[in-house]
Design a protein around this ligand. Sequence first.
Ligand SMILES: [Cu+2]
Length: 124
Amino acid sequence: MKRIILLMTVAAVVVVGTLFAVSVAGAHKHPTAKAQKHPTRKVLIQNFRFKPAHITIKRGMRVRWINKDSAAHTATANNGRSFDSGRLGKGQRYTHTFKRAGKKPYHCKIHPHMRGSVVVKRWR
Ligand SMILES: [Cu+2]
């Protein structure tokens, strides 16, 4: 959904930019192009679940976990070293950049039944 809104925004920027290209010659740029190259995927922590629990991203992308619960949670790699958010209170967030391809299962240290995974692909 976010992606569609972003694409629509980009389309709108391009259309508006084209319409005003004559009057603002030289200032016609695509400010969102850079941001799109390494987008951030959001994973909400809500009702003692990771939402979505399983995501696939490209290498170099970031994942941002946001705790929407009143209870504290963590996003901790099962291998114990790839990434660990530490204790996230209500509204707190943690961002990690995934530089290596592979499947990265993770869990919440406080509630071990909470599980998720990030699959990092080399290419699209
Ligand atoms: Cu938890």
